[in-house]
Design a protein around this ligand. Structure first.
Ligand SMILES: Cc1ncc(COP(=O)(O)O)c(C=O)c1O
Length: 389
């Protein structure tokens, strides 16, 4: 039952509840078409190197190319350790021969900066912006290597387009696109390494990452050997040549065929809603509902300052009421109240981000659920203010 004390807080608990209260920013909600039974055809207990396993892994690669519109001459690989594995593999394999610009405007980008500077000890120029803002992309020289995150999951700030990346650049662009792929247009001609994981926009399972390599990234891999040791799970080359099998489904180590089957199901669903344009439309509609709600209420705002940079996946909100003394405690209490009501799980801001809420709006979330959630946020806000009073 909803907690309803209109005499105390003046706002009644809404009647309507989101049918699915899962608004986590990762692992993200399963697609509306998902059922466990649909995975029953997975080749469990079979070798991933048997024909049946290889066929499923190759299908995952091919389906990714189709849905995302990845050019034929780009390699797509399934790699260990989710998006983190894919980004680290790229940085450890490719960086070093050129100066690198490391861009960060939230927690995950900041993590890649730390690794480049403190672990790889690279000659890096670090450019950062506060949560809610983005670095001056016009200042980036793409004759250097550049590492950046397309959609900052913990700040809800995204790159608007790839116009700042020179089509004739000498450097490589390494892009963590894990909360952008399948929700935002990615300019493949401007991206040399793109990474993402299944657990994000398509609501797949964690553990496996994907790495997309441009021909120029492959050229670098085959012409440059880093001075540091390379763990087996990062190794993309053998004797100076690309290990082509990785990009045909011959994974470096053993994948979960259940996770693969789940990803294939998610790709099928993606196609059923109109492929990438359909997915973008769904995410835009979801984020649009929140934008309208925020515009109508003076006590809440989007963390992203420039509307053009506002994410359509990880929408981050902050409470702006100046009478709230402890913003972090307030936001946590609102999120807890909504979770206790069973209307929204996991919507507290990321641990390193400014206090607030973060609502996942990727395509697997139904717009009707975002619509149903908004009155609950209003209710929780007023209930929490009343509790403070
Ligand atoms: C932008 C970004 N990069 C990296 C990660 C890490 O992803 P994974 O846990 O799939 O490795 C996340 C997860 O939320 C993310 O949002």
């Amino acid at each position: 039952m909803a907690i309803d004390d209109p005499a105390r807080d003046g706002v009644r608990a809404p009647e309507l509840r989101p049918a699915n209260p899962r608004f986590s920013s990762g692992p993200c909600a399963k697609s509306p078409a998902f059922t466990l039974e649909k995975l029953s055809g997975a080749p469990l207990g079979r070798s991933h190197r048997a024909a049946v396993g290889k066929e499923r892994l190759k299908a995952a690669i091919d389906g990714t190319r189709t849905v995302l519109g990845i050019p034929e001459d780009y390699r797509i690989g399934i790699v260990p350790a989710s998006d983190t594995g894919a980004v680290e593999m790229a940085m450890w394999s490719l960086l070093g021969p050129r100066k690198v610009e490391m861009l960060a405007w939230e927690s995950f980008g900041a993590g890649w900066v730390t690794d480049a500077v403190k672990q790889l000890k690279l000659d890096a120029e670090v450019k950062t912006a506060e949560y809610g803002e983005i670095v001056d992309l016009g200042s980036v020289d793409t004759d250097n290597d550049v590492v950046f995150t397309w959609n900052g999951t913990t700040s809800g700030v995204r790159v608007v387009n790839g116009d700042w990346i020179d089509a004739k650049r000498a450097g490589l662009t390494i892009c963590d696109a894990t909360s952008a792929a399948f929700a935002q247009d990615l300019p493949w001609d401007k991206l040399d390494v793109t990474t993402f994981s299944w657990q994000k926009v398509l609501g797949g399972e964690a553990a496996h990452g994907m790495i997309v390599l441009s021909p120029r990234a492959v050229e670098r891999l085959e012409s440059y050997t880093p001075p540091w040791p390379m763990p087996k799970i990062f190794r993309l080359t053998k004797s100076g040549k690309l290990i082509e099998g990785i990009f045909k489904g011959e994974t470096i180590n053993t994948p979960s065929m259940l996770a693969v089957e789940d990803y294939l199901l998610a790709l099928d669903w993606a196609q059923s809603v109109g492929g990438l344009p359909g997915l973008i439309e769904r995410a835009d509609a979801n984020a649009g509902v929140i934008a309208d709600f925020v515009a109508d209420h003076g006590w809440i705002a989007n963390l992203a300052k420039d509307p053009a940079t506002r994410s359509n996946t990880s929408v981050c909100l902050r409470f702006t009421d100046p009478s709230i003394a402890d913003g972090a405690a307030f936001a946590k209490a609102v999120a807890k109240r909504l979770e206790a009501e069973g209307v929204a799980y996991d919507i507290g801001a990321y641990r390193d981000a400014p206090p607030g809420l973060r609502i996942w709006c990727g395509g697997t979330v139904e717009t009707s659920d975002i619509q149903a959630l908004m009155p609950w946020i209003e209710w929780a806000y007023h209930a929490e203010r009343a509790a403070l009073a």
